[in-house]
Design a protein around this ligand. Structure first.
Ligand code: GLA
Length: 721
């Protein structure tokens, strides 16, 4: 079983297929950390706590233990551990000091459910360790959870605090995960960005002090993704120690890492404290969202594949359709200028080219003729759709394709019927003006009345209409954060309660419109996180569909997230591009995830239409690899002017290999190596019709870079013997 307790040494061991995690209860009181890493390497490891002057210690243990030094499982603010702390509770005495000590454990199959939150689903191999701790002065108890997913080498972490003090306390900070590591010889990888440039790759050496990424925007954000990794300085795509961390949550977060005075590293991940506090009444408890971590000795690629398998098996919703639909989205081609006649032309052109679904983007509802009005009024605009939504959707369906629709439930334009009726339903601070962003305000999703209203409104508009897909957008971040529905002492809960309301609405959508698929979006990929993936089959990766920039965004997204989540569209909005090589290049770049099109297909010439048709057909023979295969990166577009990778199946009988040059560069030879290929086999390339020797795949397919762009090549190798 994955969780063991060794009574003799008071040690807990968590085991996955290739990793192991060891902790010990010191002096029957203190849960200390011993080891996390590759399996079978922890024999003989014992707790080291070399005393440092100035470090506090407890009389009863003398200098043999100080909370300030060595590795802990979780630390507590103000009681002798001066490093970053995951927990701070302002207790009834007015100070924020706690000191928790061990009070028992429980090992059970499966996991704890996290009410109202997204979390990873257990399978029959999942086990959980629950450590209980008590702080008699604050009157609070704490439970630390370690849920082990042995098959994917993932351990998830969450914490619960309960107030038994007889008076209210305020939880000022409670992080989901803390991990101490006995070295700082790491680089830290994080993904920073902006709208149109999400998830840029950054790898920098750790330094003494605290380094952090965070969001205080109310969404996980374009600017910093909650994923981070620590990797050995010599770690490559294929080799070296890598620890990966991520958060199953879509709002504000803090991921902080400190290198301490002894050169140890502490990682902590969770809600942070800047936009969060929680008033905990006597007898109440608070449980954090879940954070996940993995370790791989097989470099960045190994870490990514652990996370990919984990997300596919434990986070993503079941596939709604037999095949993931190829979509034709109207946004880039039409913006707000849509009506029934035009949309039916799109539907016909989609059907003619083998595309599975029309996605009608923004502009179909209320007074939504531009981005200044209409958000919140989720009823069809009768000037554009004279006979109503149902009759229009039936006409789309008559072409034999699926239908998807754009919504942005969490937002409201001041120029809308909803705002005029309920100005008090927005996120805002008392006596303070609210800042606009894209002409819109944020609805107060922490208020149940708002969430219930939205359910009714979507139910009134969509019930009885055959909608297969919702593109759920969120196009601004939160400022002046407060809820008119909460008392002053609970204002600090607004952002967190907002996310609970959003998740309630997501869950309602999945139940109320069963079988429909949700594609999450936030001005492109501004909520590209594991919380959203619990409800969204795929995510709009970025509004930037320009291939040269897109390949960077896609490359770094694959570090943490499986390619099946990464919605990738071939974009040619006004059909200006007619060059078949360029169209092929755009398509190659889009084949990194589920395929779609942003194109005025009805107005496209026959050549473009025929090209799209052939592309969709060819995609059908690769999609099993793109959506469910193992993904190996070869070259990063952040290190060179090209991106290369391959997908393969579990038995390595097929490889989909892609080389995409971002900018022309002076001709150079590049070798694309596939070590998983069988040297003694031959491979048929279904793209060129050529036969390749397995040895050539292992030693590397030669590509000559070009001085001109666009340039890309793709091979689909199928093992022949
Ligand atoms: C966001 C999305 C786009 C599009 C527009 C519509 O920017 O990322 O894809 O849906 O909103 O307003």
């Amino acid at each position: 079983m994955p969780v063991h307790y060794d009574d003799k040494f008071a040690r807990f061991t968590l085991e996955t297929a290739n990793t192991c995690y060891v902790m010990q209860i010191l002096f029957d009181k203190y849960p200390v950390h011993l080891y996390y890493g590759k399996k079978d390497c922890h024999g003989g490891i014992s707790y080291q706590n070399p005393y440092k002057s100035f470090s506090p210690y407890f009389d009863e243990h003398g200098l043999s233990y100080s909370p300030d030094i060595g590795m802990a499982e979780y630390s507590y603010f103000g009681s002798g551990d001066f490093r970053i702390t995951p927990l701070r509770i302002k207790n009834k005495n007015g100070d924020s000091v706690t000191h928790f000590t061990y009070d028992g454990y429980r090992i059970f199959d499966g996991r704890m459910n996290l009410p109202r939150l997204p979390y990873s689903e257990a399978d029959s191999d999942t086990q959980t360790l629950e450590l209980s701790l008590l702080d008699s002065v604050s009157g609070c108890s704490l439970k630390l959870f370690y849920t082990v997913f042995p098959n994917e080498d993932v351990i998830s972490r969450y914490a619960l605090v309960e107030n038994e003090s007889g008076a209210p306390v305020t939880v000022e900070k409670i992080m989901s995960l803390m991990l101490d590591l006995p070295t700082s010889d790491f680089d830290m990888i994080s993904l920073y960005g902006a709208h149109n440039a999400e998830r840029s790759f950054q790898r920098v050496p750790l330094f003494h002090g605290v380094q952090s990424v965070m969001s205080r925007r109310g969404a996980s954000s374009h600017q910093y993704n909650p994923f981070t990794a620590l990797c050995a300085k010599n770690a490559t795509e294929r080799d070296g120690d890598v620890y990966g961390f991520n958060f199953v949550y879509s709002g504000n977060f803090l991921s902080e890492t400190e290198v301490d005075q002894t050169g140890f590293t502490r990682v902590s991940l969770g809600l942070g404290s800047e936009n969060f506090n929680w008033l905990l009444e006597d007898g109440d408890s608070f449980i954090t969202p879940e954070a996940v971590m993995t370790y791989s000795k097989n470099g960045l690629g190994g870490m990514s594949r652990n996370f990919h398998r984990f997300v596919r098996a434990h986070i993503l919703p079941p596939e709604p359709f037999e095949k993931r639909p190829v979509v034709l989205n109207t946004w880039e081609a039409c913006y707000f200028d849509i009506d029934e006649k035009e949309m039916l032309r799109f539907a016909k052109s989609a059907a003619d080219t083998g595309i599975d679904m029309l996605v009608m983007d923004d502009g179909w509802f209320g007074a939504r003729n531009n981005d200044k009005a209409g958000l919140g009024d989720w009823y069809v605009n009768k000037n554009k759709f004279r006979d109503g939504l149902k009759s229009f959707v039936d006409r789309v369906k008559a072409y034999g394709i699926k239908f998807g629709i754009w919504i942005e439930p969490e937002m409201v334009n001041p120029d809308s019927d909803l705002y005029r009726a309920h100005p008090e339903w927005c996120i805002r601070c008392t006596d303070r003006n609210s800042t606009l962003s894209r002409n819109q305000l944020v609805l107060d999703m922490s208020n149940r009345d708002v969430v219930e209203y939205l359910k009714k409104s979507f139910s009134d508009s969509f019930d009885g209409i055959s909608i297969d897909y919702f593109k759920w957008d969120m196009n601004r971040h939160m400022s002046e954060v407060g809820s008119p529905a909460l008392p002053p002492e609970r204002q600090g809960e607004t952002a967190y309660r907002y996310m609970l309301g959003v998740y309630d609405l997501y869950r309602w959508f999945t139940k109320h419109f069963p079988g429909a698929m949700i594609e999450n979006c936030s001005g492109g990929g501004g909520r590209y996180d594991l919380g959203m993936m619990k409800y969204s089959t795929q995510i709009w990766t970025s509004d930037n569909t320009w291939p040269k920039k897109r390949m960077k965004i896609q490359y770094s997204s694959t570090l943490a997230y499986p390619t099946c989540t990464m919605s990738c569209h071939v974009s040619n909005p006004k059909n200006i591009c007619k060059n078949p090589d360029e169209l092929k290049y755009r398509w190659h770049v889009a084949l990194n995830g589920p395929l779609g099109y942003e194109m005025h297909l009805p107005n496209a010439d026959d050549l473009i239409k025929a090209t799209v048709k052939a592309q969709v057909e060819a995609y059908r023979s690769y999609e099993h690899l793109i959506l469910r295969g193992d993904f190996y990166r070869i070259f990063s577009p952040f290190d060179s002017n090209y991106y290369a990778y391959y997908f393969t199946d579990a038995q390595h009988t097929e490889f989909l290999l892609s080389f995409e040059q971002s900018y022309g560069e002076s001709a150079a030879r590049v070798y694309l190596k596939i070590p998983e290929a069988d040297e003694n086999a031959r491979y048929f390339d279904t793209v060129s019709g050529d036969i390749f020797d397995g040895r050539t795949l292992v030693n590397g397919i030669e590509v000559k870079t070009r001085e001109t762009d666009p340039y890309s090549v793709m091979w689909h190798f199928v093992k022949t013997k």
